[in-house]
Design a protein around this ligand. Structure first.
Ligand SMILES: O=P(O)(O)OC[C@H]1O[C@H](OP(=O)(O)OP(=O)(O)O)[C@H](O)[C@@H]1O
Ligand SMILES: O=c1cc[nH]c(=O)[nH]1
Ligand SMILES: [Mg+2]
Length: 219
């Protein structure tokens, strides 16, 4: 896997990441969603530099202009719930992308350290020869990304795979690195130190789904 750790360069991305982490700014869920969307826009822009471009002709009012334009073959996969604003940020830039939606969520067992990933809802176009983009703001253990990838396999064989994430851990990054194809890319804005005993990222930001959309009842 090719890992693009965007925290290695300072940019305005740091500001948006710091705001989604900040316990006071987080109280404003609209700002949390908007910052996550802006992170999706920036990560999408960075990812676009690695996509396939082909020569194209544009007619201006004055002449023909030769440009390189992106192939329109993206499928953006939103991993419900927390990914919705990140996915929207990607869609802000990739106007013609097709979209997949999957509900991959943690169900905690009696011991809070133990959980399984449940996939219930899945809507996906054909993936053959497409560029598949899996978006999830949190890459904690990496299990949701892998469960999503496995669940999408019956929908076809993408020609390229990109993972987009705001905050991860080294453990999650190592896990996807081991379990995804070698030519897949990871675009990530921060890699944190560790996971706590409930598999939350530390320092992280807390529960991204709850911060964007409100607390859910555990069942
Ligand atoms: O890398 P992992 O260990 O799999 O953890 C990351 C997952 O956890 C969160 O989802 P959550 O289960 O909290 O669902 P939600 O989006 O509905 O809050 C997050 O949005 C990721 O999907
Ligand atoms: O730290 C974490 C880990 C998983 N999901 C979250 O929302 N936050
Ligand atoms: Mg959650």
């Amino acid at each position: 896997m090719v890992i693009h750790d965007l925290s290695k360069q300072n940019s305005i991305l740091n500001t948006f990441i710091s705001e989604i982490r900040d316990v006071n700014i987080q109280k404003d869920s609209m700002r949390f969603r908007r910052n996550t969307e802006r992170i999706g826009e920036i990560l999408g822009y960075e990812m676009s530099k690695s996509l396939t471009f082909k020569p194209s002709k544009i007619e201006t009012p004055l002449a023909t202009c030769h440009m390189q334009l992106m192939e329109q073959d993206l499928v953006l996969c939103c991993i419900l719930r927390a990914s919705i604003p990140l996915h929207y940020g990607l869609l802000n830039y990739f106007d013609t992308a097709e979209n997949a939606f999957i509900s991959a969520y943690r169900r905690h067992k009696e011991n809070p350290e133990d959980f399984e990933i449940l996939v219930e809802y899945l809507a996906c176009p054909n993936l053959d020869n497409k560029t598949l983009v899996l978006a999830d703001p949190m890459l904690a253990t990496g299990q949701s990304m892998l469960a999503t990838f496995e669940a999408l396999k019956p929908y076809g064989s993408p020609k390229a795979i990109h993972l987009i994430s705001a905050i991860g851990t080294q453990e999650g990054v190592d896990f996807v690195n081991r379990n995804f194809p070698e030519n897949a890319h990871l675009w990530i804005a921060a890699i944190d130190e560790t996971l706590d005993d409930k598999n939350y990222i530390v320092p992280g930001l807390g529960d991204a789904g709850d911060l964007a959309f409100g607390k859910k009842l555990q069942h």
